[in-house]
Design a protein around this ligand. Structure first.
Ligand SMILES: NC(=O)c1ccc[n+]([C@@H]2O[C@H](COP(=O)([O-])OP(=O)(O)OC[C@H]3O[C@@H](n4cnc5c(N)ncnc54)[C@H](OP(=O)(O)O)[C@@H]3O)[C@@H](O)[C@H]2O)c1
Length: 321
């Protein structure tokens, strides 16, 4: 089997490619920029999902396509929803005209209330791909616990940098976070799960967690027991500014994260684990512990302090007579 991984350079894609290779699958990995290297045996292809001609080349001779593309980092683009819609339409069309027999898409969980623009866009991408001619499997995940994800970085920074934990209402949001390792297993299985038509499945982690309990857990893994203060009046705008200040995250990414947590992000069911026979193996605690353990020394608090010091030195140097 030959698979194309769109989004191979991303947080999830980087973990999925070696797992597919280990299964004996031929992997064509895509990026908008020219790439080389990576695990032995991987074939790189340059492809932009907004440019159908590059997609056609990338999909030649491919049996299955993984769609792990998104523009969360480009959320400042006012038209990101339209771009996402067009990208998904391109992939569905090019796949239909190729010999590809399956599309696998990793999306987000449907919230119980009105979804944020970002979550609505993720669900819309799933609908477009599932409406295409090629049978599509959409896996819906809550927050993925692993080093390298934008939302994990924000969570970790809040947990490890603050002397006092502010608790806005959105931190009451409940979800079933899942370890990156378990998401990768779910994706690897998705290429061969029996499928009579396009379908979506939730892929919940093993426990229900409030966002604030996850923060406290991550803090406690580094020996921090932080006093907490309820601030139910903190608006999404102020919250995003606060997250940006603490973690240095992109304001729009932080805002989308906050808006996405206005409701609960709970799964409808866990049918998928019964289908594959591979339920999640890692508890939330273990997944968070592994994510912290695999950080480079300059990430996390040490890196933050060093970066602040560097900036201070640069500023002082600038003012020297
Ligand atoms: N991270 C989480 O916690 C989480 C939770 C739930 C669901 N998900 C879903 O998992 C999927 C992957 O997320 P991620 O966190 O791995 O994303 P990520 O780290 O931000 O990576 C995004 C990927 O998209 C590619 N990309 C962006 N625009 C592209 C374009 N126009 N054409 C081709 N490739 C493009 C980028 O590749 P290049 O820049 O190299 O082109 C990059 O590899 C997404 O669908 C997301 O909704 C993630």
């Amino acid at each position: 089997m030959t698979v194309l991984v769109l989004g191979a350079t991303g947080f999830v894609g980087r973990a999925l490619v070696p797992a597919l290779l280990a299964e004996g699958v031929s992997v064509r990995a895509a990026s908008r920029s020219e790439r080389r290297g990576g695990p032995a045996g991987v074939e790189w292809v340059q492809c932009d999902v907004r440019a159908p001609a590059t997609l056609q080349r990338a999909m030649e001779g491919v049996d299955c396509v993984y769609y792990l593309v998104h523009s969360m980092g480009e959320a400042s683009r006012r038209d990101f929803r339209r771009v996402e819609r067009q990208s998904a339409t391109n992939v569905a069309r090019v796949a239909a005209a190729s010999r590809c027999r399956r599309v696998v898409y990793l999306g987000g969980v449907e919230p119980n209330g009105r979804p944020s623009e970002h979550l609505a866009s993720r669900l819309e991408v799933g609908s477009i791909l599932r409406a295409g001619a090629v049978p599509t499997i959409e896996l819906r995940s809550a927050m993925i616990l692993g080093n390298g994800s934008a939302s994990w970085r924000i969570l970790r920074d809040l947990a490890l940098r603050l002397p006092l934990m502010l608790l806005p209402r959105w931190l009451e949001s409940e979800s079933c976070p899942i370890a990156l390792e378990d998401v990768v297993t779910a994706l690897v299985d998705a290429r061969r799960v029996p499928l009579d038509r396009s379908r979506w499945f939730d892929i919940p982690g093993p426990e229900v967690f409030k966002a604030r309990d996850l923060l406290m857990l991550v803090g406690s893994l580094r020996g921090r027991h932080i006093p907490a203060l309820r601030v139910p009046f903190l608006t999404p705008r102020l919250s995003a500014g606060w997250l940006k200040l603490v973690s240095g995250a992109d304001y729009n990414v932080a805002r989308e994260l906050v808006l996405g947590l206005r409701g609960h992000l709970l799964p409808h069911d866990d049918l998928y684990w019964g289908l594959t026979g591979h339920p999640p193996r890692l508890s939330v605690r273990e997944a968070a512990r592994r994510a912290l353990e695999t950080e480079a020394p300059m990430e996390g608090v040490g890196g933050w302090v060093a970066a602040k010091e560097e900036r201070l030195v640069a500023t002082l140097g600038h003012h020297e007579p």
